[in-house]
Unconditional design. Sequence first.
Length: 323
Amino acid sequence: MHLTKRVLVTGGAGFLGSHLCARLLEQGSEVICVDNLFTGTKRNIYPLLNEPNFEFMRHDITFPIYLEVDEIYNLACPASPIHYQNDPVQTTKVNVHGAINMLGLAKRVKAKIFQASTSEVYGDPEVHPQPESYRGSVNPIGPRSCYDEGKRCAETLFFDYLRQHRLRIKVARIFNTYGPNMHPYDGRVVSNFILQALQNKPLTVYGDGSQSRSFCYVDDLIDGFLRLMQSGDDFTGPVNLGNPVEFNMIELTEHVKDLTNSKSEIIYEPLPEDDPRQRQPDITLAKDKLGWEPKVPLREGLEKTIAYFSDLLKADIIKGASK
C-alpha cells in the first residue's frame, strides 16, 4: 500500500490542469497528468517534467484508462468556443464518454472524483447573479450546445453514480478564469485583449461592450478546487467557483490598455450567437461550505497574465503558432 496520495488530473497539460498539477506536487502528492494535447501543451508542464512524483501520459479519455489512484480531477475538455466548436461531436464525446470512463475508473478503484463543470450550464441566465439552485436557460441545439449540454450531462452522470454506486463526487461550476498558461488563441476576452494590446492591434469588442463577466485569477480558483476536494463527503456540490466582482468589456479594455501602455484603438463586432449578456456567480455556498472567496484583484492578476503573454511574444512562441 502506498502512503503518498496518488492523484490523476485529466486535461493536466491545459491552463487549469497545469496549475493544479503544480499545486498538488507542492502538497506532496504523486501526480499522473493525462492529456491528449488537443488544446493543452507540454510547454505548460515543462517545469514539472523532472519532478520525481510527476508522470505525463498522452491519452484521450474518450477511451478507457486503467490506473490505480486515490483521487481524480476530471478537467479534460476544450473550454473556449473557438476550440469546442472546432469539433463539436468530439467535445460532446469528451464530456460524456470521458465522464463515463473516469467515473468507471473511480468506481473500480474507489477513488474520490472531481468534475470541472462550468457556468455555461446556466446558459444565458434569466437570474442574476446565478445561484447553484438556478437550473439555467440553455439552447440544446445551438453552436455552443456541445459544450453547455455536454457539461450538463456530465453533471447528471456524476450524480447518478453518487445515487447508484455511492461514489464520492465533487462538482465545481467554474466561472471565467484567467492567468498564466492560458491558451493564447482560445478566443477568450482576456487573452484576446492582452495579445492585441501588446501588439498595438485594435481591441475587438463584441456587441456594444456592455455585456459583463466576472474574472477569477487562476491561483484563487485552484485553491477552491483543493478546498472542495478536501471537504467532507456529505458536501458534493455543485458549487460555484468564480469572482463575484463584475466588469463590462469596456472596463476590461481600459484596464488592459493602461497596464500595457498600449496605443490600440477599440473596434466593435457583432455579438456571437447565444453569447450570454451577463455572467456572475453567487458564491454564498462556497463561502459557507469551503470558507472560500477570491482574493486576487483584477489589476494584480492582469499584470501577471500580461507578463506571461509578453514573454511568449518575446520568445516568438506564439507568433503564428497554435500550440
